[in-house]
Design a protein around this ligand. Sequence first.
Ligand code: ADP
Ligand code: ADP
Length: 237
Amino acid sequence: DPVLHTHDVTVDYSGKRALNETSLSFESGTVTALIGPSGCGKSTFLRSINLMNREIPGCVIGGKVVYHDINVNTRGIDTLWLRKRVGMVFQQPNPFRKSIYENIAFALKSHGMTKRADLDERVEKSLRSAALWDEVKDKLRDSAYALSGGQQQRLCIARTLALEPDVVLMDEPCSALDPIATFAIEETITDMASRGICVIIVTHNMQQASRVSNRTAFFLMGTMVECGDTPQIFGAP
Ligand code: ADP
Ligand code: ADP
């Protein structure tokens, strides 16, 4: 069974349709790239999965977003619960104004983890998963703002992974980064999928889509026009 699927999802901003009926399903352990020209609805679709755009006044999401057989596009859904299970990483790294350690521990504490040993263990585990542990293990009390852009983005990934999501949404996570930092993030993405996480990534970078994804969905003017295995979409032999 797919971990997540959308059924005829539409998005309107103040009555203006930004996304036409979109039905896609997503499996554990795979990376799906959402590609297409600027303004075609990629980010709108991504944000409808965790209902983020529903918080914009005048935005209406239609259709079903089904996470483990639960349609979450309903009135009573607990969005805090949903966003713990379906994590999100943004284009601009956005660590909290806190230490490296607290960036991760803060989120865990707010979800009820209080024992110091448990926190220490989860902080290390998630920093390792984001390939950041070796670089920061001796300076966990330093401000997150002292890190480079690429390290900050890996910290944001670690913060998301600490909550043990089974879906991670990424909205152009490398657009603000240089090629070396981008490479490190791409390795982390592949690694997340190999550990069973379902990754859905918006990118305007076709090479990136072909490097990291199993499957690619192509959007044009608010419509998902094609979806298939990435090598097929890119016409590789
Ligand atoms: P992409 O991610 O492919 O660049 P978006 O999903 O950001 O495209 O945008 C799709 C369409 O929705 C565009 O026409 C854009 O102007 C519109 N749109 C996006 N966000 C908002 C918003 N917060 N309010 C109104 N319109 C929006
Ligand atoms: P709480 O911290 O009480 O669990 P939040 O919604 O503030 O509730 O945060 C939950 C987690 O979701 C955060 O720890 C963080 O990882 C992520 N998160 C929330 N808002 C943002 C945001 N604006 N940018 C990046 N990540 C966020």
